[in-house]
Design a protein around this ligand. Structure first.
Ligand SMILES: Cc1cc2nc3c(=O)[nH]c(=O)nc-3n(C[C@H](O)[C@H](O)[C@H](O)COP(=O)(O)OP(=O)(O)OC[C@H]3O[C@@H](n4cnc5c(N)ncnc54)[C@H](O)[C@@H]3O)c2cc1C
Length: 263
């Protein structure tokens, strides 16, 4: 493999030639930089104390370390020590370290389960039969043409950058599984085809958590929740504003989406 390129375009052309199938699926090169030096730069920029307060907001202080951790450029231990070094009191890095621990937990489960991460770990808690869910991802979702500004923008961002904020991943997964009744495996495969940090452990087990095949209840959301953590950016300009799938209280959505009472 070549390692030195005169420009980013030269790198892109080389990758397209070497990996024609991937290039045919999505020709765009992520703006995220690879390599150990880029990983160090990101690590030095983390702010674990702020992260503890605002990580659920799309403009919160998330680290974007996941591709580097996923591909072995940073260990979880290095990320944890860097976090502790940046706070006065270790307690202020607790939320960040907890998230690193989630990755560790999924990896350990994967070591035991292997390809079993592709199977439902438990029965779904939605009250719906497995046949209620379609097996393939509808084209309008994969192409970002649902007409829902939030979902379409998540798809555009995912395809262009290979990254999505954790909350956007949760909303997207909930939309696919609960609002569109698609099997979680189809969404998980879509994510793995595009995420720079894509790995079957964190990805599939998180999809199962949303779907409720690895959790005691399904994860879902309403417009109010999405607006709160996105600053309303998507809803303001959405063609479906006021009549979208996510309108209503949690109780109303629960009645609409599931066949059993969750609470
Ligand atoms: C449906 C769905 C699919 C996901 N697929 C993947 C995946 O394929 N690969 C992946 O690495 N993560 C996955 N995650 C977990 C999480 O969304 C990403 O790790 C995180 O958003 C990466 O961004 P960040 O580096 O800015 O994370 P930060 O929030 O800054 O967290 C720091 C690090 O902690 C780890 N981490 C954070 N949150 C989680 C989490 N919930 N579960 C496990 N580890 C976490 C990551 O290594 C991350 O780099 C998924 C989550 C969901 C809901």
């Amino acid at each position: 493999m070549n390692r030195d390129f005169a420009s980013r375009q030269e790198l892109a052309a080389y990758l397209s030639a070497e990996f024609p199938l991937a290039a045919a699926r999505d020709p765009q090169l992520s703006p995220m930089r690879g390599g150990a030096q880029a990983a160090r730069v990101r690590l030095e920029a983390i702010d674990p104390a702020k992260y503890g307060f605002n990580r659920n907001y799309l403009d919160g202080s998330v680290s974007r370390l996941s591709p580097y951790i996923r591909h072995g450029l940073l260990t979880l231990g290095e990320a944890r020590e860097a976090a502790f070094a940046r706070v006065k009191d270790r307690f202020h890095a607790a939320k960040f370290v907890t998230e690193l621990a989630w990755r560790d937990y999924w990896q350990r489960l994967y070591a035991t389960l292997g390809s079993g991460v592709w199977q439902d770990r438990e029965p779904s808690k939605t009250g719906l039969a497995p046949e209620a869910y379609r097996a393939d991802l509808p084209a309008d979702i994969a192409q970002g043409r649902t007409g829902l500004a939030c979902i379409d923008s998540f798809v555009t961002e995912l395809r262009a950058t290979g990254y999505l904020h954790n909350h956007a991943r949760m909303w997207f997964a909930a939309y696919v599984v609960h609002f569109r009744r698609v099997r979680w495996q189809a969404g998980a495969l879509f994510f793995l085809s595009h995420l720079l940090d894509g790995d079957p452990a964190s990805n599939n087990l998180s999809w199962q958590w949303v779907a409720s095949t690895f959790a005691h209840k399904p994860y879902f959301f309403n417009r109010e929740n999405l607006e709160k953590y996105t600053g309303g950016t998507h809803c303001r300009a959405c063609p479906a504003r006021g009549r979208c799938d996510f309108e209503g209280s949690y109780e109303q959505l629960e009645d609409r989406l599931f066949r059993i009472k969750l609470t």
